[in-house]
Design a protein around this ligand. Structure first.
Ligand code: ATP
Ligand code: MG
Length: 464
């Protein structure tokens, strides 16, 4: 059995951790990309506002110098510009795109072929600039003003963020991986224990239990269910073992009696009558063996649910009448009075052969355990959709301590066995009630018992 279990290839906790990490990595990368894009956007917007503000300020100081535009009052405008931002460079171009004048640090910025108002970005491979371009119109000249700012600071900031992310994301993933692995291990620990326990259990050693004490979550429930299943299995094993032992014991008793009797008879030559006596006694023992083995066989077939014929409609008064008639000679032997009160309209669905066996077993017991001149009453009625058949006797009754075990296989009230043993009438094997009970259950019904020691016993069969 164990050989069939495949060895663990990739443990569940590794797989859980890897999936967790993959999900987290995707989330972190998406989130970082969003953050990067947002920051870039806001830095550009900030710069654009500053460029436009500088442009408006510069425009005040531009005028036509003849037919050409020029920065008037250069000092003031340069001062203002330089004062506000050292990285700003101002350009003035003619309408045709010819360079007029520059204020601020030198850059590689040019006026594009197709020029219009607004923001552009230019780069010479090494450096890049953000440029704001605006048309300048005075009374006698038109041209363009351009304000450029080096993108270096923005690039630096963004690069710093990118660096932090390339270090931070793997670090966060590593930490999350450790945490995830630890959590998965913790959550799966009881499952590993269940596996170990399951491996150690076999038919002879069934005392092992998981005994999980954690919270009643999925794993806790699995552990509890597993323990529960082991309890039931163990009980079934014990029952089965006891059954085998009891069956062997019951078979041995008549066989030992047979063997003894044969030995004694053969020990010396005897008269023909003695042999006949022996053979008659042996016949009794063999009958007992046959009855026992057929009961065992019947029980085994009942256990394997081999009786699943179509249930038939049974008229109860006819049916019970016939069963009671079978037992009448036995009752007459002990001068027991049999009375039956069964309404003629009552009927039920069931397996006729099984039900005959059920009532014969109950009636057989009633006769067997009732003294001479006693009474046995069979009563049937319908109550709340349930069929109720009760068989009462005025027999020896059953002590309360035996009642819970009556329907167990091979169970006999101990004192009862001794009593019958003394009479020379070997009591039964103790299977009759067990069989009756199983049959009642197979019909979806139940078998109940009430008894008063020395007064009598009533068995009640209930069936929906
Ligand atoms: P078997 O039916 O297998 O021949 P049995 O009659 O001894 O043997 P059960 O029919 O299972 O076994 O009954 C179990 C025990 O219950 C009996 O040994 C007997 O002690 C007790 N018992 C059953 N029916 C009655 C009854 N009507 N009155 C008193 N005791 C009873
Ligand atoms: Mg019996």
């Amino acid at each position: 059995m164990l050989a069939k279990i495949r060895p663990l290839q990739i443990s569940l906790r590794w797989r859980l951790t890897v999936w967790y990490l993959l999900t987290l990595a995707v989330i972190l990368v998406l989130f970082s990309a969003f953050l990067y894009w947002q920051l870039q956007r806001s830095l550009y917007a900030q710069m654009d506002t500053a460029l436009q503000a500088a442009a408006s300020q510069a425009l005040i100081n531009i005028d036509a110098d003849g037919n050409t535009l020029a920065f008037q009052n250069i000092d003031a405008s340069a001062n203002a510009a330089i004062h506000n931002s050292k990285e700003l460079t101002f350009y003035l171009w003619t309408d045709e795109g010819a360079f007029i004048e520059r204020l601020g640090a030198e850059t590689a910025v040019t006026l594009p072929q197709k020029v219009e108002n607004g923001y552009t970005t230019q780069s010479n491979g090494e450096d890049s600039w953000r440029i704001y371009t605006q048309a300048v119109i005075t009374d006698n000249a038109i041209g363009w003003i351009q304000i450029a700012q080096d993108l270096e600071t923005i690039d630096e900031t963004l690069e710093k963020l990118l660096n932090q992310m390339t270090i931070g994301i793997p670090l966060a993933l590593a930490l999350a991986g450790l945490g995830g692995y630890f959590l998965a291990s913790r959550a799966l620990h009881p499952i590993i224990r269940i596996t170990h326990t399951a491996r150690e259990i076999n038919a002879s050693e069934m005392n092992e239990r998981i005994g999980y004490s954690g919270p009643a979550d999925e794993v806790g429930q699995l552990a509890a269910t597993f323990d529960d299943m082991l309890d039931r299995l163990q009980a079934a094993f014990i029952r089965e073992r006891r059954f085998t032992g009891d069956a062997a014991h019951e078979l041995r008793t008549p066989l030992a009696a047979l063997k003894g009797r044969i030995g004694v008879t053969l020990s010396q030559p005897r008269q023909v009558e003695a042999y006949t006596d022996t053979l008659q006694e042996m016949e009794q023992q063999v009958d007992r063996l046959i009855r026992l083995s057929s009961d065992l066989l019947f029980m085994a077939r009942l256990d394997q649910k081999q009786f699943n014929r179509q249930p038939e409609l049974i008229n109860l008064s006819d049916f019970l009448g016939a069963v009671v008639d079978q037992i009448r000679p036995l009752a007459a032997n002990k001068s027991i009075t049999l009375t039956e009160t069964i309404p003629s309209a009552l009927s039920m669905m069931g397996d006729m052969d099984l039900l005959i066996r059920l009532f014969l077993n109950l009636l057989d017991n009633a006769v067997k355990y009732t003294k001479v001149n006693g009474y046995i009453t069979i009563h049937a009625q319908e109550k709340k959709g349930q069929l109720i058949v009760s068989i009462s006797d005025t027999g020896i009754g059953i002590d309360p301590e035996h009642i819970p075990h009556l329907f167990e296989r091979f169970y006999r009230a101990e004192s009862d066995r001794a009593r019958h043993g003394r009479n020379g009438d070997e009591g039964g094997a103790g299977l009759g009630l067990a069989i009756a009970y199983e049959i009642a259950r197979a019909h979806g019904g139940d078998l109940l018992v009430s008894s008063e020691s020395g007064q009598g016993t009533t068995f009640t069969f209930q069936c929906p």
